[in-house]
Design a protein around this ligand. Structure first.
Ligand code: PLP
Length: 373
């Protein structure tokens, strides 16, 4: 009992999600928590023991594949978007086998691509963005050469929630005969449920692999990232023999890995269905609209018109505002270029949260004695 009390002391110091507007994670759905508990001891690194869990993972991959227009995609549930991106690029590199390989990513790519460059010994070339912070496909195309093993587009950028012109990138990928990875870690479980139609997935013939993370908008318990491959040649290129396990080989990056993310992600998608997910996304977009209007009425200007449930507001005082909010135990984030504060309106953000946040930000502006811009 004393130990639990000790743990409680640490846990109480964590900031509750009701004061977090700067994270792409959220409170897991109650059904996810139940599912997580049921699968707490499972290890997908040994699928011969956890046969049921392994089959459930196949079902979940099929589910995600259906959402992304390719029910027969290969894939698995991993630790998150970072691992998913690593595995996609690693498969491109292994399949191409060129000396001094490179990939071309948008300047807006998540920092996991810098880790990828280092880990995989690949040059990471960064393409310019247009005025709307979408990758400029002409710039991206100009960086491709005969050592390019893949190109990357982002569906839901980390900073702005922007979507690159994946249809144009798909055409480039086909024309140059290179693989295209779509990092839809965030947008993969937003875009399919929006009223607006945006093509970004396996529907486009040039798309080889997609990152889609249930532990972000899928409300699964952490960790639950996802990587989907168009066909088995991609994961096949990652395969190693596993002599002492119940399986013969594996193509995952980690060995021991939890089944909890599989169970929780599956439970949420099955429980909510397409309609339920649409409702969640509609809620998040509504909260984005409300917060945008409230911030505009205070004099803030958004960097771009929000595409999904991420919105940034230009301000020279971004860091000071973030720090002052942090002192008051509110979490937001900032972006450097242009200087702006960034809000992510995840499912845990309600109108009450926004009301409290807006009154706090008014106080912060008074305390700092600054104007929004
Ligand atoms: N890709 C994108 C677009 C992201 O926004 C993130 C994280 O926010 C990642 C990849 C990395 O995901 P993770 O933190 O789950 O490794």
């Amino acid at each position: 009992m004393d130990i639990l009390k000790e743990l409680e002391v640490f846990r109480r110091r964590d900031i509750p999600y009701s004061r977090v507007l700067g994270s792409m994670c959220t409170i897991p759905h109650p059904i996810a928590v139940e599912a997580h508990k049921m699968f707490i001891e499972t290890n997908l690194g040994d699928p011969g023991i956890f046969r049921g869990t392994a089959d459930l993972e196949k079902r979940l991959v099929r589910f995600l594949g259906e959402i992304l227009h390719h029910p027969n995609a290969e894939g698995y549930i991993c630790s998150g978007g970072t691992e998913a991106n690593i595995q996609a690029i690693r498969s491109f590199r292994n399949l191409r086998k060129v000396d001094r390989p490179n990939i071309v990513v948008p300047k807006s790519a998540h920092f996991s691509f810098d880790k990828i460059g280092d880990l995989l010994c690949i040059e990471v070339r960064k393409a310019e963005l247009d005025d709307e912070f979408r990758v400029d496909s002409t710039s991206l195309e100009s960086l491709i050469d005969d050592r390019t093993v893949g190109i990357v587009g982002i569906a839901g950028t980390t900073e702005l929630g922007q979507v690159d012109p994946i249809d144009e990138l798909s055409k480039i990928a086909v024309e140059y005969g290179v693989d295209l990875h779509v990092d839809a870690a965030f947008g993969g479980l937003v875009i399919p449920f929006m009223d607006r139609n945006i093509d970004f997935d396996f529907k486009l013939e040039g798309v080889s692999t997609i990152t889609v993370d249930p532990h972000k908008m899928g409300m699964a318990t952490i960790p639950a990232g996802g990587i989907l491959f168009r066909d088995e040649s991609y994961p096949g290129s990652l395969e190693v023999k596993t002599p002492y396990l119940t399986s013969r080989s594996q193509w995952t990056l980690t060995g021991t890995r939890p089944g909890t993310g599989v169970a929780s992600a599956y439970a949420v998608l099955k429980h909510l269905g397409f309609k339920g997910m649409k409702k969640i996304v509609r809620h998040c977009l509504k909260m984005t609209k409300i917060v945008k209007e409230e911030m505009e009425s205070l004099g803030f200007e958004p960097v771009i018109e929000p595409v999904m449930n991420v919105v940034c507001f230009k301000t020279e005082h971004a860091e000071e505002i973030k720090e002052e909010l942090m002192k008051r135990e509110w979490i937001i984030s900032t972006i450097p270029n242009p200087k702006a504060i960034r809000l992510v309106l995840m499912p845990h953000v309600t109108e009450d949260v926004i009301t409290n946040f807006i009154s706090e930000i008014k106080n912060v502006l008074v305390t700092l004695n600054v104007r929004p811009k």
